[in-house]
Design a binder for this molecule. Sequence first.
Ligand SMILES: C[S@@+](CC[C@H](N)C(=O)[O-])C[C@H]1O[C@@H](n2cnc3c(N)ncnc32)[C@H](O)[C@@H]1O
Length: 401
Amino acid sequence: MSLDNTHYEALAEQIESILRHPERAIEHIRDERTRRRLVEGGCKLSAALEQPKETFRRVGYSHLQLPLALVGVESGVFSALTAEPRAFNSAEIAARTGVDPGLLRRLLRYYQATDVVSQVGDDTYRSNNVTRVLSNDDQAKSLRWTSKITAQGALNLPDWLRSNRYRDPVGLMPTAWTSAVHTDKHPFAWLAENPWALELAQDHMRIQREGRPLFFDALNFEQRFAQDSTSSTILFVDVGGSTGSQSLTFRQRYPNLPGRVLLQDRPEVVQQAKAELMSSANIEAEVYDIFTPQPVKGARAYYLRNIFHGLEDSKCVEALVNAKAGMTDQSVILIDEIVLPESNATPHSSQHDMEVMICVGGIERTAAQWESLLKDAGLKMREVVKYDKDYEDSLIIAGIN
Ligand SMILES: C[S@@+](CC[C@H](N)C(=O)[O-])C[C@H]1O[C@@H](n2cnc3c(N)ncnc32)[C@H](O)[C@@H]1O
């Protein structure tokens, strides 16, 4: 259908009418697919129609977004605005936060202009859906991680890639991030020596998963892998499982399933996991290095989430061969990672690819790349279960044959 100016005028009026009461739209759009179409269409339309100076402003000022969000979080401005469902003037917010009134007016002007808060009068502001997300303590922790850690590496990316002559930097050390923080340590070793950052890393990993589907939603573990289990069956080995969120979920999803659940990770992480994991959760935790042969023999499933995207191919194959050392014909390796499509990747999955490149010299992979890695380790890719379309999160099921 060819559209003329009258159609575009009518569409613009409809959009403006939605924006006069966005909360009504949130209330009335019942279908998630419709909401996504509007959000994605709006973003793509905005980029497709913008003039050169608008492109420059969008891209050239993108460095302000993250630090100013963190300012709003750490100063308490966002939580002051969300404390009550009403509008506040800047003097009230200044009194509640201790932020200088002059600075506060400038910050609020910026937040209003970038849709982080809503302005209802000359000096009156109220929270909106964006303020509410940013004032959530957990989201704030995640912002601290990206701002204090990953953003440092991202800003160093142009120099780092140029100095490495634009090679694909998979497995390259130092990474864009380690060179930005001037360490010659591997990022995991650096984290072990910087407990404040390790805590942020773990919080971020936990938070960025919240509300997203889990592989348990798409696959019935009990039916597929736990037939005839007894109390001595090793059901689920959560390799590199951090403080055990997936082990805990496993126990919660299958409370009556007989068998053992084991968490394996680096020494400093296992120490923390043991302190955090409730003994009633019935999860064992042990130190294990994925670059040594798997000591736990004959488990039904060796589960590895977000481990391989931090490793170059040769290291992945080494870790897979080591995992295989524990497997029997009945065992499977479950790799829970992004599986990138060959075309039309989502922003989330491609952002993750950039993030692992910047921080750990890692890479997100396509199904063909996963299949090739598994083949090199003498394993067979049996099935790929995609369980989150936004992130392309998938469970790759592999076995010895
Ligand atoms: C990106 S995190 C993923 C954590 C967890 N699997 C999840 O998805 O929430 C990577 C984990 O691998 C662990 N790790 C890194 N190198 C390891 C090694 N050589 N052996 C065992 N675990 C390792 C880290 O300590 C960290 O907990």
